[in-house]
Ligand binder design. Structure first.
Ligand code: MLT
Length: 393
């Protein structure tokens, strides 16, 4: 009667366990100041055009002549059109009809496996965002892990020894910040097409890309026949507390005679009733010139915080990657500490919260993720405390 596969996942979700330990620390040290560089939660407010759009739409809901009830199942056409325009600005054609509006990437990434059988062979890079792993283990799917290591730049590539049907990719990657270039993504698209596999591509951090690597898998020819792309306004526009994302399921994606777009529409219209109208209006405003400029300002600020963190890690001679096309820096734990030992010691000695690398997979052991969503000053203060503690020995 009960799904015992819940025994196959860690007892707590990674960020719940981090929050639990932070809470314990707080209770023991109520007067100590903490700096949060753990969960990737934004700190800068929504930009003015987005707030204005949300306010105006909320007011509409209070008037009989503009009030709206249930919205269209895939999201309002005005928002899907705006998202399609955003893709066009990246040089990619995505039909609004292929776009589904949702409450964020996490839900879609957790729900998309509904389209696949429980014996479908899942391939997940390790380390990676734990939602991919936990979701599939909870459903009892066999999961294979693909080693992402320092040697391959945390960007593993396929070869014919793989036997995967559903492949998760995240670029720029969570937790390592490493981003695939065009050649790497092309290898994955070719693999998926040759093996009738499907790629679930998590592009939640695309707006941090400054180096010119692809911001969407649809830059790769043929991806519309093998890839679903999931994206979120959480980091792009500061929507972690507002909740809105979007997923592209191209109508050209067909496996075993089944059209995945039609299946996803059937799934969503059965199990979800959409995103609040004022939130969809706010999301629409993200894609206006003023909205995009406001969002870029915030992302630039986060990238400056990342540069502050990187400078101190350089000074300390600690190996790391990320922090360039990504808000995440992935560092080696000093003194050979394991990930949770470093988490506890950094919290205790410096009052800084990060995320233990082992929470992202076996290959994350011995590493640690710092997120750069704190302000520049806070990031500098956190790193000064870390440096002071490490130099004190
Ligand atoms: C993270 O810190 O990895 C993300 O913020 C978690 C999430 O987006 O759900």
């Amino acid at each position: 009667m009960i799904n015992h596969h819940f025994d196959d996942v860690p007892r707590s979700y990674l960020f719940s366990e981090v929050a639990r330990r932070v809470q314990t620390y707080r209770q023991a040290h109520p007067d100590k100041s903490l700096i949060h560089m753990g969960i990737g939660d934004v700190t800068r407010p929504l930009c003015p055009p987005v707030v204005q759009a949300m306010q105006a739409a909320s007011a509409e809901q209070g008037q009989a002549d503009s009030f709206r009830g249930y919205g269209p199942e895939q999201g309002y056409p005005f928002l899907r059109q705006a998202i399609s325009g955003y893709y066009e600005s990246m040089g990619v054609q995505v039909d609004p009809a292929d776009i589904f509006v949702s409450d964020g990437a996490k839900s879609d990434l957790g729900n998309l496996p509904d389209l696949f059988t429980t014996d479908c062979r899942v391939l997940i890079p390790d380390p990676v965002y734990p939602v991919y792993r936990d979701t599939n283990l909870m459903a009892g799917r066999p999961v294979a892990y693909l080693d992402a290591t320092r040697e391959n730049g945390f960007l593993p590539l396929p070869d014919d020894s793989l036997d995967a049907q559903l492949i998760y990719l995240c670029s720029p990657g969570n937790p390592t910040g490493a981003a695939y270039d065009k050649a790497g993504l092309t290898r994955w698209v070719e693999y998926a097409r040759e093996h009738d596999a499907v790629i679930l591509y998590d592009a939640a951090y695309e707006s941090f890309i400054r180096s010119g690597v692809p911001r969407t898998i649809y830059e790769i020819p043929g991806a519309e026949e093998c890839a679903i792309e999931v994206c979120s306004l959480s980091k792009t526009a500061g929507f972690t507390g507002t909740r809105c994302g979007y997923t592209v399921v191209p109508r050209t994606l067909v496996r075993e005679g089944m059209n995945l777009h039609d299946m996803w529409l059937r799934r969503q219209s059965t199990k979800m009733n959409g995103v609040a109208y004022p939130v969809q209006r706010a999301a629409e405003a993200v894609f206006t010139p003023a909205g995009l400029a406001g969002c870029r300002e915030s992302i630039d600020a986060y990238l400056r915080s990342a540069a502050v963190v990187a400078r101190v890690l350089d000074d300390l001679g600690i190996w790391y990657c990320g922090g360039k096309d990504s808000p995440y820096l992935w560092m080696e734990c000093p003194r050979g500490m394991d990930s949770w030992a470093f988490f506890d010691a950094l919290l205790e000695n410096a009052g800084v919260v990060g995320t233990p690398g082992s929470g992202f997979g076996r290959n994350g052991e011995g590493y640690f993720r710092l997120s750069a969503f704190a302000g520049e000053q806070q990031a500098a203060e956190a790193m000064a405390r870390m440096a002071d503690w490490l130099r004190r020995g």
